[in-house]
Design a protein around this ligand. Structure first.
Ligand code: GUE
Length: 375
């Protein structure tokens, strides 16, 4: 354990950018010292220091010797879980997929409609291809039809728009997902805006986000990753109302909508980002932290209030010669330190990632039900 912990939070390098990091890469690069300290070392290597406001801090005594963990009462259906500190996203996602499977078959029997999800993939990014394959598998596992088009990296925007338009008009398609990032010669806003709002299962349409931000208004779809974060909190028995929540990162696809959702749940929300001075002074006041910056091991144990709940959205590949893939995935949060201070933490992998896919399936089901007036 100790040696694993030491290697996990020691110096690492990013190999390539993924989802969260791609969305906020400039943020990420500014935000942080390139490496974390070795676990429990009380000082930073001077060469690794970031801007003054972001310097690693010494551990406060409470973090160095954490008080006994606060136990979170788990959701009833997860009460068999041995370690309530680890929020098992994989298990929760499985539970949600089972619920969706039942609903999909109920709908099929009642009205003969099978929900359909269309995915548009442009280019040859390996990680994108993996995500798309996983989405397809997930669709199959719950009985949702999946359609897919894979276009070469040098396709024109018009070709992509043509496929979107075809899916917009196809009554067997209830959800359309354009896999991001798109090749750099394409205008992402332009492409995403072409998706019919009733089929925008990613929830990226500005009208959706606008409704999410307004009291008394309801979006057609809530973006999958932030929705998955909130669902994890609910199903782990974490109450949000009246709590201090801090969201790290302000991307359109995760940080910003996550903050809006937390606010809708009656949390008092602070968003911190690359230009925030002394972010750790703010995170230390938080009962709930959602981190979505794409910076490996940025959030240290010393940033966390004892007993806080930590949702780690980061999925960062770091070099690992011992892994068959040559890399492994780590979060934005230094997990080994967080688990000693927090009352509950999501792991990476196996935390928010599987929930994102489960929420995509859920949004597709919601869309099909809405289009066919099926309750
Ligand atoms: N239009 C669009 N919508 C998206 O939702 C979207 C996207 N584009 N582009 C890429 C990102 C990335 N993303 C992930 C989903 C699941 C995992 C996931 O399940 N990860 C596993 C690990 C997988 C592994 O081991 O490689 C886990 O965290 O346990 C990761 C990443 C959705 N994205």
């Amino acid at each position: 354990m100790a040696s694993a912990a030491a290697s996990s939070c020691s110096s690492i390098s990013m190999m390539f950018l993924t989802h969260s990091s791609a969305a906020t890469s400039s943020t990420a690069h500014r935000l942080l010292p390139p490496g974390c300290l070795r676990r429990r070392r009380l000082h930073c290597h001077p060469l690794q220091m970031g801007p003054a406001s972001l310097r690693c801090l010494t551990f406060p005594s409470s973090a160095a010797a954490p008080s006994p963990p606060h136990v979170v009462v788990p959701h009833a259906s997860l009460s068999t879980e041995v370690n309530t500190k680890v929020i098992d996203g994989k298990a929760v996602a499985k539970q949600i997929r089972d619920e969706i499977t039942a609903e999909v078959s109920r709908m099929k029997e009642a009205i003969g409609v099978i929900p359909g999800l269309a995915v548009i993939l442009v280019g040859d990014r390996k990680d994108s291809a993996t995500y798309v394959r996983n989405k397809k598998k997930a669709c199959e596992s719950v009985g949702i039809n999946s359609l897919e088009v894979h276009l070469p990296a040098d396709s024109t925007e018009e070709e992509v728009l043509k496929h979107i338009s075809g899916y917009n008009d196809d009554p067997s398609v209830h959800g359309i997902l354009v896999q991001l990032p798109l090749p750099s010669h394409m205008n992402e806003q332009h492409v995403l805006n072409a998706v019919r709002i009733e089929k925008d299962v990613d929830g990226f349409n500005p009208l959706n986000i606008g409704r999410l931000a307004m009291r008394g208004r309801e979006p057609l779809f809530v973006p999958c990753t932030p929705k998955g974060c909130i669902e994890l909190l609910h199903r782990h028995g974490v109450s949000i109302k009246g709590k201090r929540a801090v969201v790290i990162g302000r991307s359109n696809i995760v940080g910003m909508p996550a903050a809006l959702l937390l606010q809708r749940e009656d949390a008092t929300v602070t968003v911190i980002h690359s230009r925030t001075s002394n972010p750790e002074e703010i995170t230390r006041l938080a009962d709930i932290i959602i981190s979505a910056v794409g910076q490996p091991n940025m959030v240290r144990g010393s940033w966390i209030k004892p007993g806080a709940v930590i949702i780690d959205v980061g999925i960062n590949p770091v070099e690992d010669t011992n892994s068959p893939r040559g890399y492994r995935l780590v979060g934005d949060v230094c997990y080994e330190e967080a688990i000693e201070v927090a009352s509950a933490v999501t792991p990476v992998p196996g935390g928010v990632g599987p929930m994102t896919i489960a929420m995509l399936l859920q949004n597709t089901l919601i869309s099909a039900k809405r289009m066919h007036n099926f309750e």
